[in-house]
Write a protein that binds this ligand. Structure first.
Ligand SMILES: Cc1ncc(COP(=O)(O)O)c(C=O)c1O
Length: 380
């Protein structure tokens, strides 16, 4: 039996998305063309934009289609920084647990564009410390070009206090961007209610296709572009619109993810881990996404665990970057207070729509044996 528990990395396309994409792929017409096939493709896109806007609580013109969550993050962070810099602001505030799609452009802005980047710390549950942000703002608010804090973390699932962050930022009229790639479809997400300036989404995490992302950007806001060309998408993201991926994304967003079932499977997995490996502990125990279980297994190395599980047909993840074959400890777990050793003994299982109870039971059957082997390998 093969078990896929890496749905936070990518998850299978849902049937309505596959059907919509297949149909659209057979249609002709560049959506920017004025002839009938072009206008027809444009109509399909605009319908998708409207239904997507309803799902995420924004107006249709606030939706900008991009090529990925990474592109949306880069466009928002760099664009808002450049906009702020024109007003003499060069400070970029991000949380210490951002995905590399924010961490790396922030570092790039620091190295190439004169930005100063400050990371807001998190507590031991992996939640941004709002008091630390308040202190920073009370001292340096007039220097801040942009604040970017993810809606939920991809490694631990911990949900972040976005409403409180926006409230703090509003006092100083600072724009706030949130990477909501992991939250999209899994927890309530309403752009207008959150009061955000910008929000990133991605297609392939919700049963839509790869290669499509969304930047939700407040109405009327002009942002310097990363890509220049045909002037599509408010001149913020030039490039022929990817109609098949857009209609498929919107079809996927219309399908509700069975959050309660996923949550029950997560509970089963978490309880089972604690029973099967008594000294293991779950990382992030507060409010979190329904399908993510990140646990530490003392005395093991996570890459050994990954390989041993893979040999049993089980796909999991460390959630952290792998550089030149050497597993680096997760910056998220380090920020939560782990030392390098415990961060390197941690693993993420992520549950999705297609996950079954039998699959979770299979993992729980295999896990104690795998942990024992990984511990023995570590002692050698
Ligand atoms: C929180 C978060 N942000 C951004 C991304 C990047 O999205 P994409 O794969 O669409 O570029 C991911 C994907 O792993 C993610 O988990």
């Amino acid at each position: 039996m093969s078990v896929y528990l890496d749905h936070a990395a990518t998850t299978p396309m849902v049937e309505p998305a596959l059907v919509a994409m297949n149909q659209q792929l057979r249609k002709l017409g560049n959506p920017s063309s004025l002839h009938t096939p072009g206008r027809s493709a444009r109509k399909d896109i605009e319908q998708s934009r409207e239904s997507l806007a309803k799902v995420v609580g924004c107006i249709p013109s606030e939706i900008i289609f991009t090529g990925s969550g990474t592109e949306s993050d880069n466009t928002a962070l760099k664009g808002l920084f450049w906009k702020g810099r024109k007003e003499g602001k060069n400070l970029v505030l991000i949380s210490a647990i951002e995905h590399h799609a924010i961490l790396d452009p922030a570092q790039w802005l620091q190295e190439h564009e004169g930005a100063q980047v400050i990371e807001i710390p998190v507590d031991s549950n992996g939640v941004v410390e709002i008091e630390a942000l308040d202190t920073l703002l009370s001292q340096r608010a007039d220097e801040v070009a942009v604040i970017s804090v993810m809606h939920a973390n991809n490694e631990t699932g911990a949900i972040q206090p976005i409403a409180a962050i926006v409230q703090a930022a509003n006092e100083y009229s600072i724009p706030v961007h949130s990477d909501a790639v992991q939250s999209f479809g899994k927890v309530g997400l309403n752009f207008a209610e959150l009061g955000l300036t910008a929000m990133s989404l991605s297609g392939h995490k919700i049963g839509g296709p790869l290669g499509i992302g969304v930047l939700v950007l407040k109405r009327g806001l002009e942002l310097p572009a990363l890509l220049h060309g045909g002037g599509q998408e408010r001149e913020i993201r030039s490039g022929t619109l990817n109609a098949p991926a857009i209609v498929a994304l919107s079809a996927a967003a219309e399908c509700s993810i069975p959050v309660e079932e996923i949550q029950q499977l997560r509970q089963l997995l978490e309880n089972g881990i604690k029973q099967a490996v008594p000294d293991a502990y779950i990382n992030s125990t507060g409010e979190k996404l329904p399908g993510i279980v990140n646990a530490t297994y003392p005395g093991t190395e996570s890459d050994t665990l990954l390989l041993l599980l893979d040999a049993e047909g089980i796909a999991a993840s460390t959630g952290s970057a792998c550089s030149a074959g050497v597993q680096r400890p997760s910056h998220v777990l380090l920020a939560m207070g782990h030392n390098e050793k415990s961060a390197r003994s941690s693993l993420r299982f992520s549950i999705g729509t297609s996950t079954t109870r039998a699959e979770i039971e299979r993992v729980l059957e295999v896990l104690p044996v795998v942990i024992e082997r990984a511990r023995a390998a570590n002692l050698r």
